[in-house]
Write a protein of this length. Structure first.
Length: 244
């Protein structure tokens, strides 16, 4: 009996060789969405958030893959991964996917991505074009992704975040606070530190003024005591006829 050579292990690359973004605006939005969603679920160890991570939905088929700009999977541990292999993740597909467009995106590419996300079980799919300030979204109903008619004011069922469409897109936390860029987070932190230092300085100044007031009061009391002592001495002299 002729022995067959062992099967070569199937490789699932951790990179598709494509850049994360084509320009700084697209990159900033990808990082902002991913970073804020990660912060939103920072205290939940069973929510996984990733950016530009290859997702393989079918075991044995490394050619079937997609790398969403941001994906969120509920019920999966918040741990580092080289890729998202769905069969390793107990069959759980990412629930929410974001794509941020660049001028180089083509209609055919977008159609292929939509078909992929629709076929492999994404519950919510959002596309934002920062150059045109256009937002689109789809929600899974009756087993398929169906377009959300009005995105302005829409609240994600899974994330609890809200979209506000104006001169530019605003994404809001469940408590109404806006998503911030990294630069805005640092600026807010610096302002908070500056306010804290100012508060401490004002506190120190108030304490110094209080100490000064106490010292002035004590000096006034001492002067008053001295004046009373002198007055008493004069009154005594007048009563006894003694010379000062």
């Amino acid at each position: 009996m002729k022995l067959l050579p062992p099967k070569k292990p199937i490789e699932y690359p951790e990179s598709d060789g494509n850049p994360i973004a084509e320009n700084t605006l697209q990159y900033e939005w990808i990082v902002t969405i991913k970073g804020n969603l990660e912060a939103l679920f920072a205290d939940n160890p069973n929510v996984f958030v990733a950016g530009d991570l290859l997702w393989y939905p079918v075991e044995g088929h490394p050619e079937i893959r997609q790398a969403p700009d941001t994906l969120v999977a509920f019920g999966r541990p918040h741990e580092h991964r080289g890729s998202y292999m769905q069969w390793v993740e107990e069959g759980v597909a990412p629930h929410v996917v974001f794509e941020v467009l660049s001028p180089g995106n083509r209609a055919g590419e977008l159609a292929r991505k939509f078909k992929f996300y629709d076929q492999y079980g994404v519950e919510e799919y959002y596309i934002y074009d920062p150059d045109r300030n256009e937002l689109s979204g789809w929600l899974r109903k009756d087993g398929v992704l169906q377009e959300i008619a009005l995105m302005n004011g829409w609240t994600s069922p899974r994330l609890g975040t809200r979209f506000a469409c104006g001169e530019t897109l605003k994404m809001l936390y469940p408590d109404g606070k806006p998503f911030l860029t990294f630069a805005e987070v640092i600026a807010d932190r610096n302002r908070a530190e500056s306010d804290l230092k100012l508060s401490e300085w004002e506190k120190d100044r108030a304490l110094a003024e209080k100490d000064k007031a106490i010292a002035e009061r004590d000096r006034a009391l001492a002067e008053l005591a001295q004046a009373r002592a002198r007055l008493q001495a004069i009154e005594k002299q007048e009563r006894t006829g003694e010379s000062p």
